[in-house]
Design a protein around this ligand. Structure first.
Ligand SMILES: [Zn+2]
Length: 407
């Protein structure tokens, strides 16, 4: 029997893993694998290594996907050595236990209820109903949740480990490390930019223990690939600057004693299943979409309405400082289109829902992370702590991350 690595975790916000087919767990697993690989790529690139993009550009020889010829494992990038590519299976099997479907819902500031409802039903396959008391929104999709712990079960593909230059212990260290990074600084599964996938590992072993051994194992993969694929070679493969990398990464977790409009009974609006919202409103408040996109603009002709949301905030602030970065920032923020996580240009700021580490916690947590210029996340920080959002928010210094502090 191969040694199965069992990682127990508690979702702090629901997971999004693609449309759920009730007869099969496959979409769930493939959604999780996609996000594990995405973080793995970010770590390797942050370490100065190369990994290919699974959506690679076959016409551009510097960006094409890996292909294993059965002999030269060093020609396969570190991510494909672990996650597989054409000619090479994945180094482990993943099973998930303990997650259950929960009706989908979001909450928002009442001022943007209709515009956000319309966006969200497009992104998450919902519908609109007109009732006598106004418009309401519903969804055909679910999200995943666990009232107690859920489990990720990694079964190493023992027969192929030697072929890829890994042993079971190295693989275990790498996977644990990956989950540690995700739980502390990012999110698990798809749609992390819209609040899904905040998790806590149930038995968090001190990260430094795993970190050293995992990084040693990763370094070997990075160096072997470099030796076999020198930058000077014809057709050298290079990371695209638009690919996700932790080398410009930051992650902050805020502690928020007063979640304002989102926590006062009756003051926020629910998009989707209202009953489920009430059942879970002591654990998470799904307002990430609102935090990123809350937006309404003053009509310049009539002067009606008001400027609210990050975009007008950033615009005004950058204009005041004479910075030319505004258009670039808007690009980095993306638009609320139907964007898969693979479409990386779409989003560079990720925002969690508001959540509690434990239901008895007096404060809400909010995680903000991304890969962008320091001036931009400082600006986003100003916005989060502004009177418009959460003026009492404080950064939790124990849960702050920047890659340069870490390598
Ligand atoms: Zn590859």
């Amino acid at each position: 029997m191969p040694n199965i690595l069992k990682i127990e975790f508690s979702p702090l916000t629901p997971l999004w893993t693609g449309n759920i087919d009730r007869d099969s767990a496959e979409p769930v697993v493939s959604g999780l694998l996609g996000s594990l690989r995405w973080w793995f790529e970010g770590i390797i690139r942050g370490m100065g290594g190369y990994t290919c993009d699974p959506a690679g550009d076959e016409k551009d020889s510097s960006k094409k996907k890996c292909l294993f010829d059965g002999k030269h494992i060093e020609a396969v990038c570190p991510a494909c050595r672990v996650f597989g590519c054409t000619g090479l299976s994945r180094s482990f099997r993943l099973d998930v236990q303990g997650l259950e479907a929960l009706p989908l819902f979001f909450i928002c500031d009442p001022r943007v209820f209709v515009s956000h409802g319309n966006w969200l039903i497009r992104i998450y396959e919902g519908f609109r109903e007109r009732r006598s008391d106004g418009t309401s929104f519903g969804f055909n999709n679910s999200q995943l949740w666990a009232t107690s712990s859920a489990k990720l079960l990694f079964t190493p593909n023992s027969l192929t480990l030697a072929k890829r230059g890994l042993n079971a212990e190295q693989l275990t260290n790498i996977l644990y490390y990956l989950l540690s990074v995700i739980s502390k600084f990012g999110s698990l599964g798809a749609k992390g930019q819209n609040g899904f996938g905040q998790i806590a590992l149930d038995s968090e072993t001190s990260m430094s223990d795993w970190k050293m051994q995992a990084r040693q194992a990763l370094n070997i993969l990075v160096e072997q690939f470099k030796d076999a694929n020198p930058d000077s070679a014809k057709n050298a493969r290079q990371n695209d600057p638009d690919w996700f990398s932790l080398d410009q990464f930051f992650s902050y977790t805020y502690k928020i004693p007063d979640a304002g409009v989102y926590q006062r009974p009756g003051s926020c609006r629910v998009i989707g299943d209202e009953k489920t919202f009430r059942q879970h409103s002591d654990r998470f408040l799904p307002c990430a979409f609102d935090i990123r996109y809350r937006r309404s603009l003053r009509n310049p002709a009539t002067q009606r309405g008001e400027d609210i949301g990050f975009r007008p905030y950033a615009k005004n602030s950058l204009r005041r400082s004479g910075s030319p970065d505004y258009e670039e920032l808007v690009k980095a923020l993306g638009s609320p289109a139907k964007d898969g996580d693979r479409k990386r240009k779409a989003s560079r700021i990720f925002v969690s829902h508001l959540y509690k580490q434990k239901s008895t916690d007096p404060e809400w947590s909010l995680k903000v992370w991304g890969a962008l210029k320091r001036t931009w996340y400082e600006l986003f920080n100003d916005y989060i702590t502004s009177s418009e959002m959460f003026p009492k928010a404080k950064i939790d210094e124990n849960a702050t991350f920047a890659w340069e502090d870490w390598k």
